[in-house]
Design a protein around this ligand. Structure first.
Ligand code: 13P
Ligand code: SF4
Length: 304
């Protein structure tokens, strides 16, 4: 039997030996974040995907994140550490549905949350993430925005860009949608001194003190003078913050805010991958890859 520590040490040794960069989304477990070369939100992971010097990249996150790495760095071998880890939101719209929407809204710019498939990205104008959406939508040279697929993120951007006209299609994150106004009232009553920090994938009624991406939430909590925080995003962030700020207190907005897809990857999966015995190598049709790259490149340029 190996201990967590022994597994981590082996992963650290093997990734160096085999020239593997480990990227981990902030929703991964703490033991995985500890062996990663870079951890952060979807935007940060996309930036790293383009500039990691290693020949191999192991993505600990969900499928669209690994696909983004492959789209940006086709010369690298890119692996998803657990092939079952997908984002349900990325599957909510397909190419046929979006093509029909584009046909009936020809003068709209299609803004796609990065949580979409590579195929869908081939017919989108620009990708956004929760940390870059506001800036990018503001800078788009069109006042008509077709925002897909997350209505909550879209509505949050719309509120802050009232001069533009938005259209949405029904979609959203099943994990963040579990949090309700009732949860907010309950958590506020239990922790009256705490600041409420939520992700924009949550319902707009969340009445938060701060709304931002996973990286944004962590930064806010670390820099704030407040001592208690209610966290309205995937619950691993509660644990990570507790490690980073032992003098502060963090409470989950709801115990149900767990992304089972993000939680699928284990430290053992990561170990197996660096041993060359697990995970899935991401292969994309070159035509799809090149077409999908345009809207990610546009995001990275406009998000600078
Ligand atoms: P960010 O990483 O952009 O905060 O998004 C959260 C998320 O749900 C990723 O799937
Ligand atoms: Fe997808 Fe939501 Fe899970 Fe993120 S938290 S991977 S958006 S289901």
């Amino acid at each position: 039997m190996m201990t967590t520590r022994q597994l981590q040490d082996e992963i650290l040794r093997l990734k160096k030996e085999k020239d593997i960069c480990i990227l981990a989304h902030a929703y991964q477990s703490h033991e995985i974040l500890e062996v990663a070369d870079y951890t952060g939100d979807s935007y940060g992971l996309s930036q790293q995907a383009a500039k990691a010097p290693q020949k191999n990249v192991l993505m600990c996150g969900v499928r669209f994140m690994a696909e983004t790495v492959k789209i940006l760095s086709p010369e690298k071998k890119v692996y998803l550490s657990n092939s079952g880890a997908g984002c349900p939101m990325a599957e909510q719209l397909d190419v046929e549905m979006l093509s029909a929407l584009k046909e009936s809204n020809p003068d709209y710019t299609v803004v796609a949350y990065i949580n979409t498939t590579s195929e869908l990205k081939t017919i989108c104008d620009v990708c956004v993430t929760s940390s870059s959406a506001l800036k990018i939508v503001n800078n788009i040279d069109n006042d008509k925005i077709l925002f897909i697929p997350d209505c909550n993120l879209g509505a949050w951007v719309e509120k802050q860009v009232p001069q533009k006209t938005f259209k949405f299609v029904h979609g959203g994150c099943p994990t963040h949608l579990r949090m309700s106004v009732r949860d907010v009232k309950k958590a506020r009553a239990a922790h009256p001194e705490a600041k409420l920090l939520v992700h924009p994938e949550c319902l707009p009624e969340a009445m938060a003190d701060y709304i931002g991406s996973t990286t944004g939430i962590m930064k806010y909590a670390k820099e704030s003078n407040a001592k208690e925080f209610i966290i309205g995003t995937e619950n691993s962030i509660v644990q990570h913050l507790q490690y980073e700020c032992p003098d502060k207190k963090f409470y989950p907005l709801s115990k149900d805010c767990v992304c089972h897809n993000m939680k699928l990857t284990t430290l053992m999966d990561v170990y197996n991958c660096v041993c060359g015995q697990g995970g899935e190598e991401i292969k994309l049709d070159e035509n799809v890859r090149v077409k999908a790259k345009a809207c990610i490149d546009t995001m990275l340029t406009m998000g600078e």
